[in-house]
Design a protein. Structure first.
Length: 504
């Protein structure tokens, strides 16, 4: 395995208040829905968009006497995620009941892991540009159940409850307060999403609520965060507010910015920030108070008597470890070091694992940089323009590889290759066959090229005089010959012949 690329930390975001500068400190609690067909403690389906209340087992509906049975696959997914975040896996963890009332929570409590989470400390490297990255420490990941959904906008007088989501497995990924600005917070969530999609442990579909974040924000004067880092003493940091349930990277950034400025205004006014839970209103672009910060004892947490502590074996964890895919950081480093790509290009190509796979299929046995250029500039450019993805690309990796082979063999020029790409995009087919059947092959027949050069020279005596006086003008003849041959003449041969004829 290759080391990560070396990087330096970005500057923290500084906001100038009326009286001085302030820095941001952010910690995230990300709720990631475990990619699993069945729920955490029942066999009910997790399928999205099903008829309301159709994916509900008796245990999800909290029918009397029903007992939860842990889904081994969900546990394996949490372990796999932990390993992907270079985290400590706890061989013994335990489930607790977090008691509260909500209409979409029929049990009257959520089964979670407060005291003994399944995953301990890890880390995420958050890329903020070539050579710049922030290391964000992970405090823990615990498994818990999702709640159902209350629907308030279907009827003017009534609310409805849909329990399809009740009991779906979530991983709560808790970061240390190591994130130092709105862009970093968004990039952090993006990186978690990327890693989990590589691992296949979370689909990361933020619109469907598959990935949501509670965002904790505080502000402090410059220098305070460094003292926190040295001592790990939270008293150096400001009081935080938690913005609940954010499911858009854009809104996360806007909410943090608003919240930081709100806190700065309070502090500069001589007031104190009250620790509380807030909600972001995207229409107004502001956060507002939802409830004062609750403490663990408010929930009367206690070990769930229906579930034994969860004990897993190191050999089982090792088995999961042995089946880990190459992760984004490693893939990116390999593309840079082994394939000589720029860090930027490697970042683009590894953003989604499907894109990376496609690129590797194109690059296999070919020049990596050339393959990267074609995939990024021609293919991704076109896919973006047409609103398509690599999965719906009309041009396959084998076809694009075929185009590059034809260039490498000197059969077609770069310009003709773009025409060929266009044909493949619209009509499909085999690149070599198309070149053959449509007469697109580059002319390397020197006799034919010479004939074209002679004709152009004969037809333009005035240009010939000028070009003999100023050799830089020879390019005009090259252009004319290429035009006359429909771009098929081998440019190197044309250059050479034009120089020879004009010189003589
Ligand atoms: P709780 O259990 O009350 O939610 P935690 O200590 O688990 O509190 O912290 C929750 C989140 O808040 C973590 O992601 C943590 O990094 C973050 N956090 C803690 N202190 C601060 C702070 N001063 N500023 C910003 N984020 C913070
Ligand atoms: Mg919390």
């Amino acid at each position: 395995m290759l080391d990560h690329l070396s990087y330096t930390a970005p500057q923290p975001k500084v906001i100038a208040g009326a009286k001085g500068d302030w820095e941001l400190v952010i910690g995230l609690e990300v709720h990631a829905q475990v990619a699993s067909n069945a729920k955490l403690f029942s066999g009910a389906s997790t399928g999205f968009g099903a008829e309301p209340n159709s994916n509900v087992a008796f245990v999800d509906a909290a029918m009397p006497g029903m007992l939860p049975v842990i889904n081994e696959f969900c546990v394996a997914q949490a372990v796999r995620t932990g390993l992907g975040l270079k985290a400590k896996i706890n061989l013994r963890s335990a489930f607790d009941r977090k008691n509260y009332f909500y209409p979409d929570l029929p049990q009257g409590y959520q089964i979670s892991q407060l005291y003994h989470p399944i995953v301990g400390e890890g880390e995420v490297i958050v890329d903020m540009g070539p050579g710049i990255a922030r290391r964000v420490r992970i405090e823990r990941i615990h498994l818990e159940q999702d709640a159902g959904k209350s629907i308030h906008d279907m009827d003017p007088n009534m609310s409805f409850v849909d329990l399809n989501r009740t009991g779906v497995a979530l991983m709560e990924i808790v970061s240390r307060p190591d994130i130092r600005g709105p862009e970093e917070a968004a990039a952090y969530v993006g990186k978690l999403r990327q890693i989990m999609r590589y691992l296949g442990t979370c689909d990361g579909n933020m619109q469907n609520g598959n990935l949501r974040a509670d965002v904790n924000v505080s502000v402090c004067p410059p220098g305070a965060y460094e003292r926190y880092q040295e001592t790990q003493d939270f008293s150096h940091l400001g009081t935080r507010c938690e913005i609940k349930n954010m499911n858009s990277l854009r809104f996360i950034q806007a909410a943090i910015d608003f919240e930081a400025r709100r806190q700065i205004a309070i502090l500069e006014d001589g007031g104190a920030v009250v620790q509380e839970t807030r909600l972001y209103d995207p229409d107004k672009g502001e956060t507002r108070s939802m409830r004062s910060k609750e403490e663990a004892h408010d929930y009367r947490y206690f070990p769930d008597p229906d579930l034994l502590p969860l004990e897993i074996e190191q050999a089982w964890v090792d088995g999961i470890g042995a089946s880990m895919p190459e992760l984004p950081d490693e893939k990116k480093a390999r593309f840079v070091k082994v394939m000589s790509l720029s860090e930027y290009d490697a970042g683009v190509l590894t953003a989604e694992v499907e894109n990376a796979d496609y690129f590797e299929a194109v690059a296999q046995g070919r020049d990596g940089k050339q393959a990267a250029n074609w995939v990024i500039n021609e293919l991704f450019g076109r896919l973006n323009k047409e609103g398509l993805t690599i999965q719906t690309s009309p041009v396959s990796a084998a076809q694009l590889g075929g185009v590059i082979d034809l260039i490498a063999r000197g059969d077609i020029s770069g310009k003709i290759a773009k025409d060929l790409f266009e044909i493949l995009w619209l009509e499909g087919g085999d690149p070599a066959d198309i070149v053959e059947s449509r007469g697109m092959k580059q002319v390397t027949d020197l006799g034919a090229i010479e004939k074209a050069v002679d004709e152009i020279i004969a037809a333009n005596p005035a240009q010939v005089e000028k070009a003999r006086a100023n050799p830089k003008l020879a390019g005009w003849f090259v252009g004319q010959v290429l035009k006359a041959t429909g771009g098929k003449a081998n440019p190197a041969a044309v250059n050479e012949l034009v120089a020879k004829k004009l010189g003589g």
